[in-house]
Design a protein around this ligand. Structure first.
Ligand code: ZN
Length: 162
């Protein structure tokens, strides 16, 4: 959260630099806003405090200020959208993502549940009965087989069984 806040804040400050040029040598900021005739304002402010610069734009360049405010707003809105977008938007992947998410989410039987214990006992007795090595539970194909039989059964690892 705090990270994205910092990020958003930084981006916001950047907007003002579309209208200013910072001159590092004497730590001043020159206004680059052009008037109707394309003449650069050229006002020089000391420092590079974005709120100072913004104030200059606000009082001297109404049109540019509106633009600046609008682009800042859309950035913030875009940010907000980007995070909540996919879940909220009904079009495209919105609902689908939730559906897919639910479908993909496999809930395993609790390892203490009857369901799990029953399956595990069957598995152990199958291993004991067949004499197959207990390492077979670590076999990817066996695991895939069990998972397709019952996706909710989390196959215990070999160490669990022995
Ligand atoms: Zn200016």
């Amino acid at each position: 959260m705090s990270l994205s806040k910092i990020f958003a804040g930084r981006k916001k400050e950047c907007e003002v630099w579309k209208y200013f040029e910072h001159i590092a040598s004497n730590n001043t900021s020159k206004c680059l806003v052009e008037d109707d005739k394309g003449k650069e304002c050229g006002a020089v402010m000391s420092g590079k405090n974005p709120s100072n610069l913004k104030k200059h734009i606000q009082s001297h360049h109404a049109a540019a200020f509106r633009e600046l405010a609008a682009s800042e707003e859309s950035r913030v809105a875009g940010k907000r959208k980007a995070s909540g977008d996919d879940a909220a938007k009904p079009t495209k992947c919105g609902n689908q993502t939730i559906g897919q998410c639910l479908a993909r989410k496999v809930v395993f039987w609790e390892s203490t549940s009857q369901e799990h214990v029953r399956r595990q006992e069957d598995l152990v007795s199958a291993i004991v009965d067949t004499g197959y090595p207990t390492t077979m539970v670590n076999n990817a194909k066996i695991r895939a087989f069990c998972s397709s039989l019952d996706p909710k059964f989390k196959l215990p690892g070999r160490t669990c069984i022995t």
